[in-house]
Design a protein around this ligand. Structure first.
Ligand SMILES: N[C@@H](CCC(=O)N[C@@H](CS)C(=O)NCC(=O)O)C(=O)O
Length: 252
């Protein structure tokens, strides 16, 4: 019963995003170094930034900063001057930016087509639906739990509005586990075909974007979430298995 409700609320969350956080632009501009985001999975302002990171096909190292967390909050304060999230760091340009709308504007300007969405759109459309998603998920991922820090950041293939990837990101957030988020937003109609059907009916299909291609080469398909743990050299798909693995290996 719990898991049905858990899935239902994550799926409702995906519907509330009104299609954002699923698709990626056709011709992305990739920076040399991944961006860095001090983030809380359940923070509505952080989510709207992550939606744009999926849209622009940008890789990002996530440093989770749940509300009572002690691992990355002090670092965020050192880096940016205060504990407010989201905080974006772009090591390619040395920019450190607070305020979700300013971060989104920067991302569109620097890595998008230069067209910036209006602040009204961010505040009246994006933000309320993101608050609704956090509410239906009961703000999961916002409270730190005891955990063992990994030596190296984990790697997660995901796109923001995947209802399954959300479960994994919530656990990573609560346990303050840093991870390189490799976005796999969809661009072609074949990307929307369910993975099992695609594997059989479109066996020759090659995705156009680097992360989708990389994941296909690794696992034979694009199914998210997909976790790689360089510390144990384990890699796996299936959100329930990943959640179990993370708790077994990193819960304190
Ligand atoms: N106007 C800011 C609001 C950011 C904000 O209020 N973030 C909350 C988390 S949702 C925060 O940083 N709270 C301080 C804390 O958690 O210590 C934005 O759009 O980025």
């Amino acid at each position: 019963m719990t898991s049905i409700l858990n899935f239902a609320s994550s799926f409702v969350g995906t519907l509330l995003a009104e299609g954002r956080g699923v698709a990626a632009v056709k011709n992305p501009t990739h920076p040399v170094l991944p961006l860095e985001l001090y983030d809380m999975e359940s923070c509505p302002f952080c989510r709207i930034v992550r939606e744009v990171l999926t849209q622009l096909d940008l890789n990002v190292i996530i440093y989770p900063c749940p509300s009572n967390g002690t691992r990355y909050r002090p670092i965020a304060e050192q880096v940016g001057g205060k504990q407010q999230f989201p905080l974006l760091v772009d090591p390619n340009t040395n920019k450190r930016i607070y305020e979700s709308h300013d971060i989104i504007a920067y991302l569109y300007q620097k890595y998008g087509d230069g067209q910036i969405e209006s602040k009204l759109y961010t505040r009246l459309i994006r933000t309320p639906s993101s608050i609704a998603i956090s509410a239906v998920r009961l703000f999961k991922g916002s409270k730190a739990r005891k955990s063992i820090p990994p030596k190296q950041p984990l790697i997660l293939y995901s796109f923001e509005s995947s209802p399954f990837a959300r479960f994994v990101r919530e656990v990573l957030s609560e346990h303050e586990i840093p991870y390189l988020l490799l976005n796999v937003g969809r661009t072609q109609w074949q990307d929307y075909v369910p993975p099992l059907v695609r594997q059989h009916l479109l066996a020759d299909f090659k995705p156009s974007h680097k992360n989708r291609l990389g994941l296909t080469e690794r696992s034979g398909n694009v199914t998210v979430p997909y976790l790689i743990d360089p510390n144990t050299r384990i890699e796996m798909g299936e959100s329930a298995d990943i959640v179990e693995y993370l708790i077994e290996n990193y819960a304190g």
